[in-house]
Design a protein around this ligand. Structure first.
Ligand code: FES
Ligand code: FE
Length: 459
């Protein structure tokens, strides 16, 4: 699909049509979601043989199942008989899955093993159960306990796909030797296009000091009060301080991945809220985490999106934003906590996410209000004519700036992440082969000056 009338991302040119058009949406299901690596499950959700969960790649439901030999399979959750959903439980443990429409039975591998009245109903010479298993997700990859799936046999291998984003991804999922575990799950629907919730963690810290002003003020007041009560200094840099808020960097990866982070002055508190057990425990394991990552990544945690729709925030929220038509997204969010942390810390992390980034979270509601207003307004005709402004810090990014791999903008306030995301989105939407897209991507990255070649950039 030619989207060049609506998107010229490298020049910061994007029109509202891409958030509302049914034609664009149908092309996204085919060209973006059916060709990209999408998060499916975490090892902690599939501990023993027969454990399964449901998830989606785009609008296609899949079942992810731990096999008897410890491997994992994922298959389209659609009965071959009439197209009904085979597995209707969100998660569980089973040997067999029976379709609740006419009773066809599939095993964990997704093979059709029983058909009611098979002998009388189907001619043996034309009907072989082996032909009617659900479609398998052909590409699965386990990256440090996180399972990703891809329908496209021609897509790059997962590690090539993430590229420089490995630096970001590891900072979220590989901080602790014992890994992560799920301590909470939330799902909700927002009547707005899925790309808003992909773009924002890729790119947009700029909104926080305005959109989240009230929530930040509430958290800061309660933190200050508790600090006063305890007679301890409050050295957290206020988000309301604009100079401090803009300090940081933004990451853009080759295949649409993005991230941004504030840089905290030495010794500053990382949390807006008071999380005493978490802060104390993190202090106790700081050396280990810094050895595993590095002091810079430990101190400056990002918000990030692994294209197309796997979002990570520093507080432990990780979520998949499922598309539900051009005008709706369904968010499946999990709260992850370090598996080796004390229960008190896990509970504090769970409650903090509940308070901030769940369906009822203070920050989540601010974000959703913006997105659904945008969506309503883009229903207008004139509202879709003028290009939106994605030009912040255009031309300022450098490869490897500050020693960080990828294309790095010299401020957390930039649109580099969004330009990278929509550029790759448009590349996929073209329907060109992954080989061509990967080649052009490498050429594009090579054109970005390396930080060492231009030392005029402020860090
Ligand atoms: Fe599944 Fe008929 S649709 S058995
Ligand atoms: Fe926000």
């Amino acid at each position: 699909m030619d989207v060049s009338d609506w998107v010229d991302a490298r020049n910061g040119f994007i029109r509202g049509e891409i958030f509302t058009s049914e034609e664009v949406y149908q092309a996204e299901l085919k060209n973006v979601f059916a060709r990209s690596w999408v998060f499916l499950a975490h090892d902690s959700m599939l501990k023993k043989a027969g454990d399964f969960i449901q998830n989606y790649i785009g609008e296609d439901p899949v079942v992810v199942v731990r096999q008897a030999d410890g491997s994992v399979k994922a298959w389209l959750n659609q009965c071959r008989h009439r197209g009904m959903r085979i597995c209707r439980a969100d998660r569980g443990n089973t040997r067999y899955f029976m379709c609740s429409f006419h009773g066809w039975v599939y095993d964990r591998e997704g093979s059709l093993v029983q058909v009611p009245h098979e002998e009388e109903a189907y001619a043996p010479e034309t009907f072989d159960k082996a032909d009617y298993g659900p479609r398998q997700v052909p590409r699965l990859h386990n990256y440090k306990g996180f399972w990703f799936g891809n329908w496209d046999e021609t897509a790059p291998d997962f590690e090539d796909y993430i590229g420089d984003f490995k630096y970001i991804l590891d900072s979220h999922i590989d901080r602790h030797e014992g890994g992560l575990e799920v301590v909470g799950q939330h799902r909700w629907i927002i009547p707005a296009n899925w790309k808003y919730n992909a773009e924002q963690p890729s790119n947009d810290s700029y909104h926080a000091e305005t959109s989240h002003a009230s929530a930040l003020t509430v958290l800061e007041r309660s933190r200050k009060k508790r600090r006063e009560e305890k007679g301890e200094p409050d050295n957290r840099v206020s988000m309301a301080t604009r100079a401090a808020a803009a300090r940081g960097k933004q990451f853009s990866g080759g295949f649409g991945h993005g991230a941004g982070w504030h840089e905290m002055p030495e010794g500053a508190m990382r949390y807006q809220a008071e999380l005493p057990a978490t802060m104390e425990w993190e202090d106790s394991v700081r050396d280990k985490v810094e050895e595993r990552l590095d002091p810079y990544r430990n101190a400056n945690r990002s918000h990030a999106n692994l294209f197309p729709n796997f979002m990570m925030l520093a507080n432990g929220t990780m979520r998949v934003t499922h598309p539900r038509g051009p005008n709706e997204m369904e968010i499946w969010a999990w709260t992850f906590a370090p598996a080796e942390a004390p229960d008190e810390v896990k509970e504090e992390i769970r409650v903090n996410v509940l308070r901030t980034f769940s369906a009822a979270g203070m920050f989540e509601q601010d974000d959703a209000e913006n997105w659904l207003e945008e969506q309503r307004i883009f229903r207008g005709y004139m509202a879709r004519q003028d290009p939106l402004v994605y030009t912040m810090r255009i031309g300022d990014a450098r490869r490897g700036l500050g020693g960080v791999p990828g294309i790095i903008a010299p401020s957390v306030y930039a649109d580099e992440g969004a330009r990278g995301m929509y550029h790759h989105w448009a590349e996929l939407m073209s329907g060109d082969s992954w080989d061509d897209i990967a080649r052009r991507n490498a050429e594009r990255l090579a054109q970005v000056p390396h930080a060492e070649a231009d030392n005029s950039q402020e860090i």
